[in-house]
Write a protein of this length. Structure first.
Length: 464
C-alpha cells in the first residue's frame, strides 16, 4: 500500500484488492450516514405531524423541492470537488489533493453566503409557483427562512464529508452525523413539546444540529496528518483547480437545481388536490427518500471507485466495479419492494395517521416502489460516468428525462386526458425509464480510457 494511504489511516486505496469488498465497505457507512441525514427532515415531519397540525405537516413536507433546488446546486459542485480529489488521490498527487481541499472549502464559504441570501429572497415566489395551500403558507415561510439562514452548516458538512469520502473514508462522516442527528431529535422534542415553538422549533433544531456536524468534520480535517489536512494559512482559491471542479461539478449542479425547480411545478400538480393529498404525497416521498438511500450510496461508492481506478489507468477494473454496484443495488431494491408494498399503510400512518392521508400515501408508494429497479440503472451508471470526469452528458440525459419529458407529460395529461393524482405521480417512474434507457445507451458507447481530470502529462487528452 502506498505511503499516501498509510499516512491517512482512515483512507482507502481502491485501486487494489477485492472490488465488491471495497464497494460494500465504503457504501455501508455512507448508507448509514445518509440514513441519519434523512432523519433530520423526517424527525421534523414526524414531530409536527404528531404534535403540531396537519397544516404544519404539509408545510414542512411540501418545501423539499425549494430546499433541494439551492442545496442541490451546491451538492453538485461538491461532487465535482470529490471527483477531482479522488483522481488526484488515486494518482498519488498529494500537493494537488491539498490544493483542491482548500479551494473547495473557500468555494463553500462563498456559496454558503450567496445561497443563503438567494434562498430567503425567493421563498414567496416559490411557494406561489407551487400553488401551496394558503393554510400552509405561514408555516412553510417560517421553516424555509430559518432553514436557509442556517444552511452554511449543512454545506460545510457535506463538502467536508465529500473530501473524506474522496479518499475512501466514509466512517467518520457517519459517526459525526449520528451525533448531530441524535441532537436534532432531542432538540425537536424539547423545542416543540417542551417549549411549544411549533414549526420554528423544528427549524432551529435542524440548523443547530447541522452546525455541530460541520464543526466536527472541520475539526477532523484540521487535525488530519494526511494530505487533506485543513490549514487556515492555505485557504485560498486556485483558479486551475477551481476550473476543474466547475467543469466537473457545474453540469451536476445545474441538473440538481433544474430538476428540483421542475419538481416545484410537479408539486404544484399535487397541491391542487388539497391538504390531504399534499400530506399523503409528503409521507410517500419521505419514505421514498429512505428507500433510495442504498442505491444512492452505491452510486457514490461507484463514483469514488471509478475515480481512483481511472486515476491509475485501470479502466477494466473501473467498469467491473460499476457492474457489481448495479447488481448489488438491484438485489437491495427487490428486497425493499417486497417488504414495503404490503406494509405501506403502516409506514404512511407512522407520519400521519389521518385516514385520507394514509389512502393517498399508500396509493403513491405502491406505484413507485416496484420501479426502483430503473433508478438503480440511471444512478449507478451516472455515478460511474461522473467518477470518470464525464458529467455533461449524464446531466443532459437527466434534465431531458426529469424536466423536459415530465413537464410535457404532466401538461398533456392534466389538460387533455385526466386530472387525477395517480397518473400525475406516474410521471416519476416514466422519467426514470427514459433516463435509464438513454444512460445505458451512452455508457455502452463511451470510451473510459483517458477520462481523467488529473493533469498527468502521460494521460490522453481530455474529451468532452
Amino acid at each position: 500500500m502506498s505511503a499516501l494511504v498509510k499516512k491517512s489511516g482512515h483512507s482507502v486505496d481502491m485501486t487494489q484488492g477485492h472490488v465488491v469488498g471495497h464497494l460494500v465497505r465504503f457504501a455501508i457507512p455512507l448508507l448509514l450516514g445518509n440514513l441519519f441525514q434523512q432523519l433530520y427532515n423526517t424527525v421534523d415531519l414526524w414531530v409536527v405531524g404528531r404534535y403540531v397540525s396537519n397544516e404544519a405537516y404539509s408545510a414542512v413536507g411540501t418545501v423539499t423541492p425549494i430546499i433541494n433546488m439551492l442545496i442541490g446546486f451546491f451538492l453538485g459542485l461538491a461532487s465535482g470537488a470529490g471527483v477531482v480529489i479522488s483522481q488526484y488521490y488515486g494518482a498519488k498527487k498529494e500537493d494537488k489533493v491539498r490544493e483542491t481541499v482548500h479551494t473547495s472549502l473557500v468555494m463553500t464559504l462563498i456559496l454558503g453566503i450567496v445561497l443563503t441570501v438567494v434562498g430567503i429572497l425567493i421563498i414567496p415566489t416559490m411557494l406561489q409557483l407551487m400553488k401551496t395551500d394558503l393554510q400552509a403558507v405561514p408555516e412553510a415561510t417560517t421553516y424555509l427562512t430559518i432553514y436557509f439562514a442556517g444552511s452554511l452548516g449543512l454545506m460545510l458538512y457535506n463538502m467536508g464529508s465529500g473530501i473524506l469520502r474522496a479518499v475512501g473514508d466514509s466512517n467518520r462522516p457517519f459517526y459525526f452525523l449520528v451525533v448531530s442527528t441524535l441532537l436534532n431529535i432531542a432538540l425537536d422534542l424539547f423545542f416543540v413539546i417542551g417549549l411549544d415553538m411549533g414549526v420554528e422549533g423544528v427549524a432551529y433544531a435542524t440548523i443547530l444540529a447541522q452546525g455541530i456536524s460541520a464543526a466536527l468534520i472541520l475539526m477532523v480535517l484540521a487535525r488530519s496528518e494526511a494530505c487533506i489536512r485543513l490549514r487556515l494559512q492555505d485557504l485560498r482559491i486556485s483558479l486551475h483547480i477551481l476550473k476543474q471542479i466547475v467543469r466537473i461539478g457545474i453540469p451536476s449542479a445545474l441538473q440538481m437545481a433544474i430538476t428540483s425547480f421542475s419538481n416545484v411545478f410537479v408539486q404544484s400538480y399535487i397541491n391542487v388536490f388539497g391538504l390531504d393529498c399534499m400530506s399523503g404525497w409528503t409521507s410517500c416521498t419521505k419514505i421514498d427518500q429512505f428507500l433510495l438511500l442504498p442505491v444512492q450510496s452505491l452510486a457514490l461508492a461507484a463514483t469514488t471507485f471509478v475515480g481512483q481506478n481511472l486515476g491509475t489507468g485501470q479502466v477494466e477494473r473501473a467498469k467491473k466495479g460499476t457492474r457489481y454496484a448495479l447488481f448489488l443495488s438491484w438485489g437491495i431494491a427487490l428486497g425493499l419492494a417486497a417488504l414495503v408494498v404490503p406494509t405501506a399503510p403502516w409506514l404512511v400512518a407512522f407520519f400521519n395517521d389521518k385516514p385520507e392521508v394514509v389512502e393517498y400515501g399508500v396509493m403513491f408508494l405502491r406505484l413507485l416502489c416496484p420501479c426502483y429497479l430503473l433508478v438503480c440503472i440511471n444512478q449507478i451508471y451516472a455515478g460511474s460516468l461522473r467518477g470518470a470526469g464525464i458529467s455533461q452528458v449524464p446531466t443532459y440525459i437527466m434534465l431531458f428525462s426529469f424536466v423536459v419529458f415530465r413537464q410535457i407529460y404532466l401538461y398533456i395529461l392534466t389538460n387533455f386526458i385526466t386530472n387525477t393524482p395517480l397518473p400525475v405521480a406516474a410521471g416519476y417512474p416514466l422519467g426514470w425509464l427514459i433516463c435509464s434507457i438513454l444512460t445505458l445507451v451512452y455508457y455502452s458507447r463511451v470510451d473510459l480510457a483517458g477520462k481523467r481530470v488529473v493533469d498527468d502529462p502521460t494521460s490522453m487528452p481530455e474529451k468532452t
